[in-house]
Design a binder for this molecule. Structure first.
Ligand code: PGA
Length: 255
């Protein structure tokens, strides 16, 4: 299987932005602009926006995702949200292991692994984020860091389940900084992720996994990044909050 056979996934990661009414307004603005997309279009929104967002995209080609999920089905986990809750409100995707969760909220590869398995078990699609810090890149250990994250985050995830997995390569130094990885840097690491999956599973499994790039992707640089063989989509932060910019990225993925 090659890039042409993998479905491109362009997902907005809204982070802690937009109230429910603002979410509705933004999705209403985005929907007509992306209606002819030849890729999967996803908006991952704050928990309290989910119900409104699912309602707002009814009859459109936009799918809705959450920004995290707990691994237990229920229980004494104040402030957490279960996969069953997300399913019931109509979310289809879940961002997991974002570097902001790893940096500010104590997320580890072990908890990312637990969340990934729970999300898959519930029939939701995880978008699992991996990426190196700037100093790790400077110390030339990007591949070690990525390989470790892939091995740990997908520990015990079956080849069958890998069909529903999206991986986002997000170099931490490129997130929200305006410093995009060059298309060649993005391709190099996305190809390395695929090679790592081929070793852990098989070439067939690796060839089927959608691997996104994320980190200051915008309307100006998306086409070049997405032209690379192993870059199958994007996880978009800042630019996903501006309808025209997000739509332009979707368009770049649709050629
Ligand atoms: P950014 O965020 O596009 O604002 O850099 C990307 C992300 O954090 O997923």
């Amino acid at each position: 299987m090659n890039k042409a056979l993998r479905k491109a996934v362009i997902a907005g990661n809204w982070k802690m932005n937009k109230t429910p009414s603002e979410a509705k307004a933004l999705l209403n603005e985005i929907a007509p602009l992306v209606k002819d997309a030849d890729c999967e279009v996803v908006a991952c929104v704050p928990y309290v926006d989910l119900t409104t967002a699912v309602e707002a995209v009814k009859g459109t080609n936009i799918k809705i995702g959450a920004e995290n999920a707990h691994w237990e089905e229920k229980g004494a986990f104040t402030g957490e949200i279960s996969t069953g809750m997300l399913k019931e409100v109509g979310a289809e995707y879940v961002v997991l292991g974002h570097s902001e969760r790893r940096q500010y909220f104590g997320e580890t590869d072990e908890t990312v692994n637990k969340r990934t398995k729970a999300v898959l078990k519930a029939g939701l699609k995880p978008i699992v984020c991996v990426g190196e810090l700037l100093w790790e890149r400077e110390c030339n250990i990007t591949e070690e860091v990525i390989a470790r994250q892939i091995k740990l985050d997908f520990f015990d995830v079956t080849a069958e389940d890998m069909k529903n997995v999206v991986i986002a390569y997000e170099p931490v130094w490129a997130i929200g900084t305006g410093k995009t990885a060059t298309a060649d840097q993005a391709e190099e690491v996305c190809a390395f992720i695929r090679a790592t999956l081929a070793k852990l599973y098989s070439q067939d499994v690796a060839d089927g996994v959608t691997i996104q790039y994320g980190g200051s992707m915008n309307d100006a640089n998306a086409a070049e990044l997405l032209s690379k063989e192993n870059v199958d989509g994007g996880l978009i932060g800042g630019a996903s909050l501006v309808a025209e910019k997000f739509a332009a990225i979707v368009k770049a993925a649709s050629v």
